[in-house]
Design a protein around this ligand. Sequence first.
Ligand code: NAP
Length: 243
Amino acid sequence: MKVLILGGTREARQLADIASGERGFEIVSSLAGRVREPVLPAGAVRIGGFGGTEGLRNWLADNAIDAVVDATHPFAGTISSHAAEAARAGGVPIVHLRRPGWSEQPGDRWSRVPDLASAAGAAAEFDRVFLTIGRQGVAAFAGLDEPWFLIRAIDPPTGPVPPHHLLLLARGPFTVAQEVDLLREHRISAMVTKDSGGDLTAAKLTAARTCGIPVVVVDRPPVPEGGECAESVAAAWEWLTAL
Ligand code: NAP
């Protein structure tokens, strides 16, 4: 069975690890090519866009793909909906692997917003904001000239950035102690994050709770209609083996 794993996440790498060691499975992982030095999954890897829904549909047919696991990041909504459409058009089964989102704990001071534009509106109320949303969404905050931003990302943002900022290039995971130190060192008054879910990047939320700092949490785009969903690598693997 030939499987395309749409990746760029830890879960995608874990699934590629499991499946590429199993007899009867041939795995190809796909990365968008956004990160300069990506952590590569086990097995075959292709890098770069497919050329929209049509391009992906053709790629599935040309490569005789039997199943697709959309294990992209919960905020990579475009590729997920392309994948859902392309798979449906080509009659290829697809599952969307989505780790559960985060939930507010006692002591948290969260406000949930539907998108990055609303997050920028909320951030304008604070003076020293820790922006931990990855580099791609930073442009939404570029028009804010009052707050100072600590922008943390793996690679530098390529689009516009807010005028008052410090760019911190770093790749997690980070410990709670490291995150608390960072918040204190930069006298952060609010944090902006996406609801990525998972434990890999959750230490910043614990740190914000510890320091009593408000957090603006951007909600996820919806999972495309029609495809099945799996909340864990184990559930996605079960789906594949059942096929
Ligand atoms: P996106 O907005 O949903 O996708 C934009 C375009 O990038 C897609 O239309 C597709 O181009 C290409 N693309 C995206 N993921 C791809 C993949 N796995 N393989 C091949 N092409 C892909 O995606 P994004 O938010 O820019 O994220 C890009 C990648 O980074 C994803 O794979 C995601 O898992 C990973 N990532 C994203 C985030 C985040 O916060 N968004 C965080 C961590 C990791 P074509 O239309 O040409 O096919």
